[in-house]
Design a protein around this ligand. Structure first.
Ligand SMILES: Cc1ncc(COP(=O)(O)O)c(C=O)c1O
Length: 380
């Protein structure tokens, strides 16, 4: 039976094979595996692309979040880490790494609820919490599934309450809020180049984007053990550099980033058309001010029918995924270490209804037709 995967990285490799093979060969020839020329080239290209002064390559998106937090603790508080009494607000309906980075920075994560339509931070709930706590130091909005949070509102709130903003752009490379690229609006933007991301490498990788010279300086120190001279360091650091080889591959794939995001939007349009007005299916809300890059195309299956639909699609060879089955506040690691701002009804509800459909930019229309047809069949 024909299989339709969520993503087909082999197909994408074939599509860009020449560029990628040349990039890898270049590294084999120069052998500068650590902080080789491709890292700087990628940092400069992405900085220009998103419109920021600096980009710092990191070993993953998670590290880009942690480096952002650590650099902000140093800059704002003159400390290596935040304190437990420092609260940082994010959402519970995200990947573990967002909350985990806050814990690793020493602060306490506080989870606010999401909007039912966009799955992103509910700024009314954010305001509500800020009225009740004077311990909040920052916000990490997550541009989930590739759609921007309401950055006008978030930046306005941050200014009012004197908070820093770290954008979690792991899922939204190339996405925009009005005319601004995501990752360029907050104090920092943390990108992930995990293989399945809109711009993904052949292993782990990430990037920290910022307009702040001090944050860049600190991040460059912390990615290599905590100092400008790694044999005599000032800060508690990591080994968190982006590999030269990954940077070279990412440079080759970056050439296709806009084209692939456009293809993702076309696929989303097809799904939107095919699945509209269907009983038991709810489509996500696309905001006018946001340029969505559809890292995931996620629907809700209502009336307790998600498992039925997922099971039927599986039997027909169609992969689907549930991002995310457990909200962060229900995980053991966050249980005693995090706070819940208000009730997280929408986050909890989303975990029981969401279903992400195949989103391979090179997916053919005939495959999309099969997917839509089988979803309809599953609900008869
Ligand atoms: C929302 C979000 N934040 C952070 C991360 C962490 O990125 P990485 O896997 O590169 O560490 C991911 C992806 O995996 C993510 O989806």
């Amino acid at each position: 039976m024909k299989q339709i995967p969520m993503l087909d990285l082999k197909l994408e490799y074939e599509y860009m094979k020449e560029d990628i093979d040349t990039a890898i060969k270049g590294c084999l020839e120069h052998q500068q595996w650590i902080l080789g020329p491709e890292v700087k080239e990628l940092e400069d290209k992405i900085a220009e692309h998103i419109g920021v002064k600096h980009c710092v390559g990191t070993s993953s998106g998670t590290e880009a979040l942690i480096l952002s937090l650590r650099a902000l603790a140093m800059k704002l508080k003159g400390q290596e880490y935040f304190e437990k009494t420092n609260e940082i607000i994010t959402t519970s309906f995200t990947f573990t790494a967002t909350g985990d980075a806050i814990l690793r920075s020493g602060a306490t994560p506080v989870f606010v609820d999401i909007n039912a339509g966009t799955y992103n931070m509910d700024t009314t709930k954010l305001r509500e919490y800020l009225k009740s706590s004077d311990k909040v130091v920052g916000i990490i909005p997550v541009h989930l599934y590739g759609q921007a949070c309401n950055m006008d509102e978030i930046m306005k709130i941050a200014k009012e309450y004197n908070l820093f903003v770290i954008e979690d752009v792991a899922q939204a490379f190339g996405g925009m809020w009005n005319s601004k690229k995501l990752g360029s609006i907050g104090d920092t933007g943390a990108f992930s180049f995990f293989p399945s991301k809109n711009l993904g490498g052949f292993g782990d990788g990430g990037m920290l984007a910022t307009n702040d010279d001090k944050i860049e300086e600190l991040a460059r120190m912390i990615i290599k053990h905590g100092g400008k001279n790694k044999y005599n360091v000032e800060h508690i650091g990591y080994n968190a550099r982006l590999d030269t080889l990954q940077a070279a591959i990412l440079l080759a794939k970056f050439k296709h980033a806009n084209e692939f995001n456009e293809k993702r939007r076309k696929i989303a349009q097809f799904y939107n058309e095919g699945l509209k007005n269907m009983n038991s299916i709810a489509l996500g809300e696309a905001l006018q001010d946001a340029t969505h890059v559809y890292h995931q195309y996620t629907i809700r299956v209502l009336d307790g029918k998600r498992e039925k639909v997922q099971g039927h699609l599986k039997n027909e060879g169609i992969s689907t995924m549930i991002y995310y089955p457990v909200p962060l506040h229900k995980m053991e690691v966050f249980g005693k270490r995090a706070k819940v701002a208000n009730n997280l009804t929408e986050s909890e509800k989303a975990t029981t209804e969401v279903l992400s459909l195949p989103m391979e930019p090179l997916l053919k229309e005939e495959d999309l037709e099969i997917i839509v047809r089988e979803i309809k069949k599953a609900l008869i």
